[in-house]
Design a protein around this ligand. Structure first.
Ligand code: IMP
Ligand code: MG
Length: 181
């Protein structure tokens, strides 16, 4: 895999397409076993998780639903500070098994601020599935129930992840090349 240049940045290969697909197949097998008979509702977070969601969902053999939501942050009142809410969430989550699909959990801030809105609807179970997690970057406690890869605290690109809107189409994942490398 050659390196990729976007604007002034160089990205070097990190996770191959084959490795990503193998891991996703394993995650799907686990979900097939664990959530059989529960008719889970998968909620994929746009934009980043679209590719992961499509590949994972293709490998599910259990009865399952999927919906795509976008998180938007806006300025709330002085006491609430900035607030994250979702658009496109039409489903009633009461008593459902809900599985959030994220591309990457970095600081954890996004999910930390959004999950209370999901819990507010009293799902039966709330599970987090993320392709990638950067544990060293975590500032908010987020437990990932199904994780593809634990990765170092470096900027990643490809397979849904973008730099300035570009690079989401790459079938493999790249890592930002350090200046000294
Ligand atoms: P968090 O709120 O810090 O956990 O970050 C969540 C979002 O930031 C992810 O869903 C991604 O969309 C984006 N993000 C975090 N790390 C990266 C990265 O390395 N490359 C591209 N996007 C990232
Ligand atoms: Mg995201």
């Amino acid at each position: 895999m050659p390196s990729i240049q976007i604007h002034d940045k160089i990205f070097v290969p990190y996770l191959s397409q084959q490795l990503i697909q193998q891991r996703i197949t394993q995650l799907a097998q686990q979900l097939n076993q664990d959530l059989q008979g529960e008719r889970p509702l998968f909620l994929a977070i746009l934009n980043g998780a679209f590719m992961f969601a499509a590949d994972l969902f293709r490998h599910l053999t259990i009865e399952a639903e999927i919906s795509f939501i976008k998180l938007v942050s806006y300025k709330g009142t002085r006491s609430t500070g900035h607030v994250i809410t979702s658009i496109g969430l039409d489903e009633d989550l009461y008593n459902r098994t809900v599985v959030i699909l994220e591309d990457i959990v970095d600081t954890g801030k996004t999910l930390h601020e959004f999950l209370p809105q999901i819990r507010h609807q009293h799902p039966k179970r709330l599970l987090i599935t993320a392709l990638l997690s950067k544990p060293d970057a975590r500032q908010y406690p987020i437990h990932v129930d199904y994780l593809g890869f634990s990765v170092p605290n470096r900027f990643l690109l490809g397979y849904g992840l973008d730099y300035d809107g570009l690079g989401r189409n790459l079938p493999e994942i790249y890592q930002l090349k350090n200046a000294e490398e």
